[in-house]
Design a protein around this ligand. Structure first.
Ligand code: FES
Length: 438
């Protein structure tokens, strides 16, 4: 119920208020579509707050916008590991820049007497909410890595579903609370645009960067001198802004170009002898462990069937984990037809273990980068980071006397007679892949 309000009700309410409110304000209060500059009241802190804030948040918003408008191009670009790493790094760096800038602006609003006099409660609420929003976004990016990639298969289709009036909140209801908060705050921001200084998003004064300076000519000598000083300052600020935009752009491109090489350089081990010895010990332990695992694997390979669970332990909504023949995690469910349904739980993206809960649409979720897999077909959702389906596994039903009463290979039909009344006494086994293929 709460999810329905936050991810369907609130977005539509916000979009409605945004459109109606902005039209009303543009019609009735045309000359208030600005950020209500307070530069003439205080300009030093403003320079060190406004510039990093606008550059940081501008680049972050641009990244979000590109992902929404060109999800396929964006997703395919991010399949290149270096590009993904660079985008994530630039995103985090720009968010930090934005947080630093906004903090300066907030302090200025609270401490500069002249600016305080023109500050409304709405200004403080907006600044506070923006700060929380950017920090939450930053924490989400750090905790749930590669959001730039997995959001194209979740947030983007969710957003377009809303726009096409076919809302599907299941894309986002499985998100962790931090990310849900980020999404909810975004809709709250949209709602606030018509009533706050956020309206200046719709009237960006970009021409400021290239238009000729405005000359104010005074009739009075003292005023003329002051105006010349002010003009020199304004000019240098303009140059600084141009330079900062240029540096940010060049920095982004540079990061894209050299990140992969830079990472491989820093990744290279340069260790002290003791550390190297410790590393070697760990490697040996790992080798030993691998040998034991291999032994276990070989042991398993000698059995044509391995016990997974009693049939009565299987359910439709929650899978039971087990280890398959290749020592990878797998899940056992009761299928819709009442028969066992065994599927690999090793995500086909980067190998995380897929969750065991089945959602309302019959999907299981890989939480690492959010890929939803259809339990019946094994296929990932469109736009998910994972591209290949999760393979199903063959199974055998064995009754209390040890007799195989039914069996199924991954793609073949069910062989044998299944007596529903006797199912409760049966156990489920996985069949060795070659054995199940026959
Ligand atoms: S979605 Fe990346 S490992 Fe599963």
């Amino acid at each position: 119920m709460m999810d329905a309000f936050l991810f369907v009700g609130l977005p539509y309410l916000s979009l409605l208020i945004f459109v109606v409110g902005c039209l009303w304000r543009a019609r009735r209060e045309k000359f208030t579509l600005t950020a209500r500059s307070s530069q003439f009241l205080e300009d030093r802190q403003l320079l060190f707050g406004s510039t990093p804030w606008h550059i940081g948040i501008g680049i972050v918003l641009l990244g979000h916008l590109i992902a929404v408008l060109f999800p396929k191009v964006w997703a395919s670009l991010l399949t290149v590991p270096g590009a993904l790493l660079a985008v994530e790094t630039v995103g985090v760096a720009c968010s930090l820049l934005a947080v630093a800038g906004l903090s300066v602006l907030l302090v200025r609003r609270l401490t500069s007497g002249r600016v305080q006099a023109v500050t409304t409660p709405a200004d403080l609420i907006v600044a506070g909410l923006l700060l929380v929003q950017v920090v939450v976004g930053l924490l989400s990016a750090i905790h749930y890595r590669y959001g730039s990639a997995w959001s194209t298969g979740t947030v983007v289709p969710y957003f377009w579903g809303l726009i096409k009036l076919q809302p599907d909140m299941s894309y986002v209801t499985g998100f962790p609370p931090l990310f849900k908060l980020h999404l909810t705050l975004a809709w709250v921001m949209v709602l606030l645009v018509p009533f706050t200084r956020l309206i200046h998003l719709l009237a960006l004064p970009l021409q400021y960067l290239w238009r000729a300076p405005i000359w104010v000519v005074w009739n009075n000598a003292r005023r003329r001198r002051e105006a010349a000083v002010a003009m020199a300052r304004a000019e240098s600020r303009r140059e600084f802004l141009k330079g900062a935009v240029g540096v940010a752009g060049a920095g982004g491109l540079l990061a894209l170009g050299v990140m992969e090489k830079g990472v491989s350089y820093f990744r290279g081990p340069r260790l002290e002898p003791e550390m190297e010895a410790e590393l070697l010990t760990k490697k040996l332990q790992r080798l030993q462990q691998t040998a034991e695992e291999r032994e276990l694997e070989l042991e398993r390979q000698r059995n044509p069937m391995i016990l997974v669970a009693r049939y009565s332990e299987l359910t439709e909504n929650k899978g039971k984990y087990f280890i398959d023949y290749s020592m990878a995690p797998a899940l056992a469910f009761k299928g819709k037809d009442g028969l066992p349904l065994l599927i690999s739980a090793k995500c086909t993206h980067l190998g995380c273990t897929v969750g065991s809960e089945v959602d309302a649409q019959g999907r299981i979720l890989c939480p690492c980068h959010v890929s939803y897999f259809d339990l019946r077909t094994g296929r990932p959702n469109e736009g998910a980071p994972a591209k290949a389906p999760l393979p199903h596994l063959g199974w055998a039903l064995v009754d209390a006397s040890g007799k195989v009463v039914a069996r199924k290979s991954p793609r073949g039909p069910v062989e044998g007679d299944v007596d529903p009344a006797a199912l409760a006494q049966c156990s489920v086994y996985i069949i060795k892949p070659q054995a199940s293929a026959t």
